[in-house]
Design a protein around this ligand. Structure first.
Ligand SMILES: C[S@@+](CC[C@H](N)C(=O)[O-])C[C@H]1O[C@@H](n2cnc3c(N)ncnc32)[C@H](O)[C@@H]1O
Length: 385
């Protein structure tokens, strides 16, 4: 601990330092590795504060220490991916997507039988575990690797499900459940399926912990692709072809083409040049950990005149025999929206064919973030994400 020029306190460790308050110093003295989160929160000097308010204060203080690099957490060696999922806003977005959330609830109502043991891999806010319990599960293993797992314990208690739902914090594929399960549910679906690379964990857990003949939710996922027409001309590199505000800005076109990126955005069904074709199908009951990475060729025939301005990707997921979650441009909008692969506009006439190959593989820098290579009639475009 050091004093600043104003007599203020600084906490220092090597080159790192953080401005210290009385609460922060109290907390540091308590961080002896022996105390639970609840004990730490309760010992903070926040007189008369509710347990929730003390929890928030604790998070803020721990956050300041972590930001300054003064707090080594057991998750320091974990990926930033899980730190991202610790933020409730991500879960709010998913819960606000009612098409998604209600589809999962309906699927669990269909698939879970009273007395079943269910495993929810990547429980997040705990919502699917609560649905599974509601559907009659005798026991639900809620597995969550992000720090949010602690909040899920509290959520489960507040909803009187502690007898049914057991929360396990850690990587799902490493956790010992101590039993085989009747149903494995996981909302592992990233943008255009493969983003986040979570399928590998689901496949490993399935092979280790799902009873023979047990159900997996979703049971099948299908990627789709369709060429996009003039409706998105102004949204990609084609924007620079026309004068803007009376000026020729076209040199920016080549610049944009040299660094094209795929984008999550809404694409309306009317923008497609022909119906989408299934690219690939993942049979979740059997597919191996690497099978959410794909390399596929297919041929489209334009059903109206272009220009071709790019491709639109989406997926659907068979959650249960009676529930299909569809993210296509003609289905109700979900938080996945659609996936847009912009291209420099090229002429395309009705009836013309496009031979397309799409490779989706983990990017070299981040295995959870896909890179895409798209060949159209032999010409390749690479999208780093
Ligand atoms: C898309 S969210 C789904 C959350 C919740 N099930 C829902 O449907 O609202 C995926 C969650 O899985 C967690 N997760 C991803 N990979 C995991 C793994 N290998 N083990 C445990 N949790 C994991 C993430 O931290 C995140 O909370």
């Amino acid at each position: 601990v050091a004093f600043g020029p104003e007599g203020d306190l600084w906490l220092e460790l090597g080159e790192r330092q953080v401005h210290a308050s009385r609460e922060l110093l109290d907390l540091v003295l308590l961080l002896d590795g022996e105390r639970s989160r609840a004990e730490l929160a309760a010992s903070l000097p926040a007189e008369g504060a509710s347990a929730a308010a003390q929890g928030i204060l604790l998070d803020q203080l721990l956050g300041r220490l972590a930001e300054a690099g003064l707090l080594a957490s057991e998750h320091d060696d974990e990926e930033p991916y899980f730190a991202g999922y610790a933020h409730p806003a991500v879960h709010r977005t998913m819960l606000q997507d009612e098409s998604r959330t209600i589809a999962f609830r309906q699927a669990l109502e269909e698939v879970v039988s009273p007395g079943d043991v269910v495993c929810d891999l990547g429980a997040g806010s705990g919502i699917l575990s609560l649905f599974a319990a509601q559907a009659g599960a005798e026991r639900v293993h809620a597995l969550e690797a992000s720090p949010l797992a602690d909040a899920v314990v509290e959520i489960v208690a507040r909803n009187d499900q502690s007898d049914v739902i057991q929360v396990h914090r850690g990587l799902g594929e490493d956790i010992e459940l101590g039993e085989q399960v009747d149903v494995l549910v996981s909302e592992w679906l990233g943008h255009f399926v493969s983003t986040e690379g979570m399928w590998a964990s689901v496949a490993k857990l399935r092979d280790r912990s799902l009873k023979p003949g047990g159900a997996i939710v979703p049971s099948r996922v299908t990627w789709y692709l369709a060429p996009v027409g003039p409706e998105l001309l102004e949204e990609g590199p084609g924007y620079w072809d026309a004068p803007r505000y009376g000026y020729d800005l076209s040199p920016l076109k080549a610049e944009e083409v040299s660094r094209l990126q795929s984008e999550v955005r809404v694409i309306l069904a009317g923008a497609l040049l022909c119906p989408g074709l299934p690219l690939a199908e993942l049979d979740c009951t059997q597919a191996g950990p690497d099978e959410a990475w794909i390399d596929v060729e297919l041929t489209f025939r334009a059903e109206r005149d272009g220009p071709l301005t790019g491709f639109c990707g989406w997926f659907d997921a068979q959650l249960s025999p009676g529930v299909l979650l569809d993210t296509s441009p003609s289905a109700p909008l979900t938080h996945w929206q659609q996936h847009w692969f912009p291209l420099p506009p090229r002429p395309l006439a009705e009836g013309e064919e496009l031979l397309v190959r799409l490779v989706i593989e983990p990017s070299e820098t981040d295995e959870r973030s896909p890179s895409y290579q798209l060949w159209v009639n032999g010409e390749r475009t690479t999208y780093p994400r």
